[in-house]
Design a protein around this ligand. Structure first.
Ligand SMILES: Nc1nc2c(ncn2[C@@H]2O[C@H](COP(=O)(O)OP(=O)(O)O)[C@@H](O)[C@H]2O)c(=O)[nH]1
Ligand SMILES: [Mg+2]
Length: 390
């Protein structure tokens, strides 16, 4: 069974980002992408018995094929779902990319950056919501490189990509494993936090689906007891992936009590992944943080051996504005990672860089649509390729 949480494993860039030269290598010198894409498409069609909606060899397919080929994937290993996801990612970053890429290419390709060019790039990155600090870091690194050697446009862009990827990967240096998969035969508890409307409940639903597809047993704790409709919403998602939901039917019940019950249920049925949906709003911020703290204490007490992760869900369309919220949660919820949602509707996709740089937390999942399949583990490589194509 394919483990979707580990889809990045065994791919070469997880160990080291492709070198600038590798990234700049053209189709002629490296892989025959056209051939790769054709083989991949034939394989997908064989697997699906050529059913309706099979992949076309269009621009999106070619781009996805190139990304996968460059990561060391074999055309025989590729599934239609994987291609669909990359297409979604690329489409999701379309708005951000279109604002960024053409102008960036024109500027970076001119050779050693003069002060006008630097200002142009700075403005472009800020417009994409990369944030001041991360933008400065990019500019400085780029300038340093271009001062020591004049790069042709392709290589300059490729170098820029490695800088961006390095910023996204920086927070991973502090964590024990670069991947983010639940541990088999162990209770993993993932707490989803964030403000109202960020996409927590949707993310819980999508994660339950990924867990089911990847062969994990999963339970959901409906611990948003503040909003009346929240439990129903979570149940609707859970039905789609056949996941058990633990909820308390009473009104305004204690979320920590729901988590308590959910841990008992999870232990009884040997659940591997317990997803905890939480409220994004209470009477005030202080109450909300106190509530999260209480949930956390219940988990530590009732499931001391569980592998606990606390994920903050952030809405990408908010861009920089989401960051200040994030800082509040970071202290209270002992965050271990970020889920970035709504990339599909955002022209501010660059905010991923600001998040990595300012919050110093790895992005673990990204959402690029409202459908159940529209969430996948984050790959800095794919993200940067989709952000700055070419
Ligand atoms: N376009 C898009 N919409 C999303 C995504 N994730 C969540 N949403 C939508 O955002 C709204 C709020 O989501 P919800 O999960 O209820 O947020 P919560 O309040 O944090 O639980 C819903 O209408 C979702 O369909 C995404 O990745 N893309
Ligand atoms: Mg919710």
């Amino acid at each position: 069974m394919f483990n979707w949480f580990r889809r990045q494993d065994n791919k070469k860039q997880e160990d080291s980002a492709p070198k600038t030269e590798e990234r700049a290598e053209t189709a002629e010198t490296k892989v025959d992408y056209t051939n790769w894409a054709k083989t991949a498409r034939e394989n997908i069609q064989d697997k699906q018995n050529d059913r309706e909606g099979s992949q076309e060899l269009d621009e999106e397919f070619m781009w996805s094929a190139k990304v996968l080929a460059d990561r060391g994937t074999k055309p025989e290993e590729v599934s239609s779902e994987e291609i669909d996801w990359l297409k979604k990612l690329r489409r999701g970053l379309g708005k951000t990319r279109r604002n960024l890429i053409n102008q960036l290419k024109a500027t970076v390709g001119k050779g050693p950056l003069d002060s006008d060019a630097v200002m142009e790039i700075e403005a472009l990155l800020l417009q994409a919501d990369v944030g001041i600090e991360a933008t400065e870091q990019v500019i400085e690194t780029l300038q340093e490189k271009l001062r020591s050697e004049a790069l042709p446009p392709d290589e300059a862009i490729a170098y820029l990509k490695t800088i961006l990827q390095a910023i996204l990967d920086e927070p991973l240096k502090k964590v024990s494993s670069p991947g983010f998969a639940p541990e088999k035969e162990t209770l993993n508890i993932w707490l989803l936090t964030g403000v109202n409307g960020a996409g927590k409940t949707t993310t819980v639903g999508k994660l339950a689906h990924l867990a089911q597809k990847s062969g994990y047993t999963c339970t959901i704790a409906a611990a948003d007891t503040f909003r009346a409709a929240a439990v129903e919403q979570v149940k609707t998602w859970a039905e789609r992936s056949n996941t058990q939901v633990i909820a308390n039917p009473g009104k305004n019940t204690d979320p920590a009590a729901v988590v308590y019950d959910a841990i008992a249920a999870a232990n009884a049925r040997k659940t591997e992944l317990l997803l905890v949906d939480t409220a994004g709003r209470l009477q005030n911020k202080k109450n909300l943080m106190a509530e999260l703290d209480k949930i956390r204490r219940i988990i530590d007490k009732k499931a001391p051996n569980a592998k606990v992760e606390s994920l903050l869900v952030l809405d990408a369309t908010l861009g920089q504005n989401g960051l200040s919220q994030a800082k509040v949660f970071k202290d209270a919820a002992k965050l271990s990672g970020i889920v970035l949602t709504k990339l599909d509707g955002s022209a501010k996709g660059g905010v991923a860089l600001a998040i990595a740089q300012q919050l110093d937390l790895p992005i673990r999942f990204i959402g690029a649509g409202e459908g159940i399949d529209d969430l996948r583990p984050f790959s800095s490589y794919e993200f940067v390729e989709a952000l700055i194509e070419g």
